[in-house]
Design a protein around this ligand. Structure first.
Ligand code: PLP
Length: 391
């Protein structure tokens, strides 16, 4: 099998992963790894979870795909679940995070045109944010390195300094149709939005009749210890973008909106061939059931605190650690040395972790990770710190 048939878009480790169980994955030589990347915050129930497998088998025996020209049961069930656990009223389904953001951007533009004049089409986004790779999502991504090769990007967008209330206030005006924020910046380095910043964004959006959009693609679906990340601040957005953990490994994306926002779309405005596909929705229903009724989310906070306490202990011992930030099982260890080397050393010792931002190592394990697995991962992290200290 040749690797050269795959387009060269990722810097990959020289390993082929073949199977997984729970938090563990195995390569083609049988080597075991603790997977604290979890498909970058996707495999919220780990690998090969029986609830996911059962849902896949059951639904694929019934109906795998039908067009959105017709209704299907899993799509309606999933929408009902998302609505009943949120402050929101309607859902649009798609396949990925970037598609969810595209949907939100289009919804915002349509909302602006419906509720204002033709000039109400501006979107404010945050410096250092990440919203995806398609052209609309890329235009509201606040990191030039992802954009520079693909200009010209969509116009009618403006960057705001993240967590800077004055900058946000200065840039808000009647032509703004939406403000898009990650409640915790993921790719940018696990940086939470401050509560007073979110409060200001909410007030300004209300004052100027703009939509407040939260991108919860990475931080949503239980990752922060609440089903939705917005529940932590209590500041409710008009629109939420979701993907990743929503399918637990099966591709699905969604946009959840309050009524006034959702009403902006009418038939023909937006669509998605696979969006709300019965198979994806059946899996997602099973994932939510397990996360909520299976008690997975309620244990996230204790696991988070356990990691934070251990890393803080290590911080007193190893100068390489500057701190740990984030929420729930979306944590970032800030290092004073090279993240790449640290991640590689973890890999060789059987722990998968991924960098974020400049010098942050991200820990986003499955939400059902066991305490023993946390100990094993923290042990490897200490070994690597020891190694780096000596070097
Ligand atoms: N938004 C956020 C916050 C993300 O972290 C990501 C991916 O990392 C995306 C959007 C894009 O999601 P996808 O890769 O599924 O298109």
């Amino acid at each position: 099998m040749s690797k050269s048939n795959i387009m060269n878009t990722y810097g990959r480790f020289d390993v082929v992963l073949e199977k997984g169980k729970g938090t563990k994955v195995y390569d083609t030589d049988g080597k075991e790894y603790l997977d604290f990347v979890a498909g970058v915050a996707v495999n919220c129930l780990g690998h090969n979870h029986p609830a996911i497998i059962n849902a896949l088998m059951e639904q694929s025996n019934k109906l795998m795909h039908v067009s959105n020209l017709y209704w299907n049961i899993p799509q309606m069930e999933l929408a009902e679940k998302l609505v009943s656990h949120s402050n929101h009223h309607q859902v649009f389904f798609c396949n990925s995070g970037t598609e969810a953001v595209e949907t939100a951007v289009k919804l915002a533009r349509k909302y602006g045109k419906t509720n204002g004049d033709s000039e109400k089409n501006q979107l404010l986004y945050m410096d250092n944010s990440f919203h995806g790779r398609t052209m609309g999502a890329l235009a509201v991504t606040g990191q030039g390195k992802y954009q520079k090769s693909f200009t010209p990007l969509m116009d009618g967008v403006q960057a705001v300094k993240f967590n800077d209330m004055d900058d946000l206030t200065k840039k808000m005006n009647k032509n703004v149709c939406a403000v898009i924020i990650e409640p915790i910046q993921g790719e940018g380095g696990i940086i939470p939005a401050q509560k007073d910043f979110l409060e200001r964004a909410r007030t300004l959006c209300d004052d100027y009749d703009a939509l407040l959009i939260y991108d919860e693609v990475q931080c949503g679906i239980g990752r922060t210890g609440k089903l939705f990340a917005y529940e932590n601040s209590g500041i409710i957005p008009d629109v939420i973008c979701m993907a990743k953990g929503l399918g637990g490994g099966f591709p699905i994306g969604a946009v959840l909106a309050v009524e006034k926002a959702a009403n902006a779309f009418t038939p023909g405005d937006h669509g998605c061939t696979y969006g709300g596909n019965p198979l994806a929705c059946a899996v997602s229903c099973a994932v939510l059931e397990e996360l909520i009724s299976g008690g997975v989310i309620e244990k996230v906070e204790a696991k988070s605190q356990y990691i934070i306490d251990k890393i803080n202990e290590l911080k007193d011992k190893y100068s390489n650690i500057q701190g740990i930030q984030g929420m729930g099982l979306m944590l970032g260890i800030t290092l004073s040395t090279d993240t790449k080397q640290f991640v590689e050393k973890c890999f060789h010792k059987g722990l998968l972790v991924v960098g974020a931002g400049q010098n942050v190592v991200r820990l986003v394990p499955p939400l059902n990770v066991t305490m023993e697995e946390l100990d094993a991962a923290l042990h490897i992290i200490e070994e690597v710190l020891e190694d780096v200290d000596k070097a």
